[in-house]
Ligand binder design. Structure first.
Ligand code: NDP
Ligand SMILES: O=C(O)C1=N[C@H](C(=O)O)C[C@H](O)C1
Length: 267
């Protein structure tokens, strides 16, 4: 049995992860964490997730439970994730990171930490989204610079980062395939007298509304036709089962940085 600890256990993804760990035949929940001011401290993680008593009380001290888990799954906020990563790096504990919204410098920190421990870091743990990454790469390779590329994403009203980590990864894939640098060719929204579209840009559009779980479209538009590659998530369980699969997969590695393409054998 792989022993799993979950941070942000009271969050939207945290509660799904508790359920997904419970459902997986080879994983067991041994610890659950939240921040020190969380109203969910001392509650049973299973009860909070709606799956009945799990016998795991939500705490706030990662150091206190270091010996109790094999893999830490973290879907929280960048600052919290990086603090947890520093602890896991120091103690050789594996980590699955689903948090999004990191700066380029923070991503470098994750790269460095993975020299000492094994980490799966992916902006989207869904199998179908990761398959769409391959389809997007093929589309960009075939259509080359003849098309305009726009990325449209939609999420629930509570999401705090934009564009989504998934949309940014999609942009990186297109940019890399077309020999562009996303840092210089991305356009994040348009307003006013924009002028005609610069053909070498990759545009992003963000929608935040209601309870949308997560939708992404990459649009390849030429004169006379367009191709749209769309993924729509209707349940967070698709991300949670992917993360638990990643945690189980990670047990074969001592150190190194991986993503869901590695976990799914899509590399
Ligand atoms: N990779 C993927 O497949 C997916 C990634 N995500 C990403 O996961 C992250 C979380 O999303 P979501 O679950 O919707 O967000 P939520 O806000 O619902 O959950 C985050 C949880 O983390 C808690 N938290 C904040 N700071 C800390 C801390 N220092 N220590 C422990 N817990 C902390 C929050 O507590 P409080 O609310 O009290 O502040 C909250 O319970 C986001 O970055 C999102 O983009 C989401 C879905 C899929
Ligand atoms: O915050 C979310 O909800 C999600 N975030 C991830 C992202 O930023 O790409 C993945 C998923 O779309 C849900």
């Amino acid at each position: 049995m792989t022993r799993i600890a979950i941070t942000g256990a009271a969050g939207r993804m945290g509660r799904m992860l508790v359920e997904a760990v419970h459902q997986h035949p080879a994983t067991t929940l041994t610890a659950a964490l939240e921040h020190p001011d969380s109203p969910s401290l001392s509650l049973d993680a299973g009860q909070l997730a709606g799956i009945g008593t799990a016998g795991v009380v939500i705490g706030a001290d990662l150091a206190a439970i270091t010996d109790q888990f094999d893999v830490l799954i973290d879907f929280t906020r960048p600052a919290a994730t990086l603090a947890n990563l520093a602890h896991c790096q120091a103690h050789g504990k594996r980590m699955v990171i689903g948090t999004t919204g990191f700066t380029a410098t923070e991503k470098q920190t994750i790269h460095h930490a993975a020299q000492d421990t094994a980490v799966v870091f992916a902006p989207n743990m869904s199998v179908a989204v990761n398959l769409s990454f391959k389809l997007i790469e093929i589309a960009a390779k075939v259509l080359e610079d003849s098309v305009d590329v726009e990325i449209i994403e939609a999420h629930h009203r509570h999401k705090v980062d934009a564009p989504s980590g998934t949309a940014l990864r999609m942009g990186e894939i297109v940019a890399q395939t077309l020999g562009r640098d996303l840092a210089t060719c991305a356009v994040y929204g348009r307003e006013g007298q924009t002028g005609e579209r610069d053909r070498k840009t990759i545009g992003f559009a963000t929608v935040r509304a209601g309870d949308i779980v997560g939708e992404h479209t990459v649009l390849f538009a030429d004169k006379g036709e367009r191709l749209e590659i769309t993924h729509k998530a209707s349940s967070r369980m698709t991300f949670a089962t992917g993360a638990v699969r990643a945690a189980q997969w990670l047990m074969q590695h001592e150190r190194g940085l991986f993503d869901m393409q590695d976990v799914l054998g899509l590399r």
